[in-house]
Ligand binder design. Structure first.
Ligand code: PAN
Ligand code: ZN
Length: 192
């Protein structure tokens, strides 16, 4: 590979690789992902802000190759629930991933195929290992953008289908200023 293909600069503030068009996810792209549907509709009435953006460095698709994404989640909430990514399993279920925090603070929700959940803190100067067979979502629990890198196998692929259908079993919400991960069902009961 040529030198120019081996190196990319990234902008920690913007959360983008230089020379790359980032994919933007607006609130309207996240229909069905937030638990509080009334709060979601009300927020959408007021506008359609960017919730997060992702920029990718994909130097090769050869066997054994790696890809890297840089993402930036804006600060914000829908009801009590913090701004979040859609979340996915890897299409190649066994593919693991490293997440490296660059700025801001948040959490990752990790959920196994059997529905076991964990909340792991993600902030600058921290790294999270997302094992294979694990759905992962990132949540910005701070008041500045959460920026991070994800490093994964080029063969991983993104499978959004399962999460789009049933969503994560847990939600990360701000209850009286405390970040808590609770059962989606329990949270929905508090809204009823
Ligand atoms: C990340 C994610 C990034 C955006 O690079 O793609 O956090 O989240 P969604 O892909 O769920 O919208 C990653 O996990 N790549 O595999
Ligand atoms: Zn991933």
């Amino acid at each position: 590979m040529r030198f120019s293909e081996l190196m990319r600069e990234f902008d920690v503030e913007e959360g983008t690789f230089s020379g790359d068009d980032c994919s933007v996810r607006r609130l309207s792209d996240l229909q069905g992902y937030f638990a509080d549907e009334a709060a979601y509709e009300a927020a959408l009435e007021a506008g359609d802000p960017i919730v997060y953006s992702v920029s990718a460095f994909t130097p090769s698709n050869d066997e054994g190759a790696l890809h890297c994404a840089i993402a930036r989640i804006e600060p914000g909430r829908i009801g009590c629930e913090w701004y979040l990514t859609k979340g996915h399993f890897h299409a190649w279920r066994a593919a693991a991933e490293f997440y490296i925090g660059l700025g801001g603070e948040g959490v990752m929700v990790l959920e196994s195929e059997h529905g076991e959940s964990q909340m792991v803190y993600l902030k600058a100067n921290s790294i999270i290992y997302v094992p294979g067979y694990t759905a992962h979502r990132t949540v910005n629990t701070g008041d500045v953008p959460l920026v991070y890198l994800g490093v994964y196998s080029a063969a991983a692929g993104h499978d959004y289908g399962a999460i789009a259908q049933r969503n994560f079993l847990k939600v990360v919400v701000d209850f009286d200023g405390k970040n808590t991960m609770i059962d989606r069902e329990v949270f929905l009961e508090t809204l009823a």
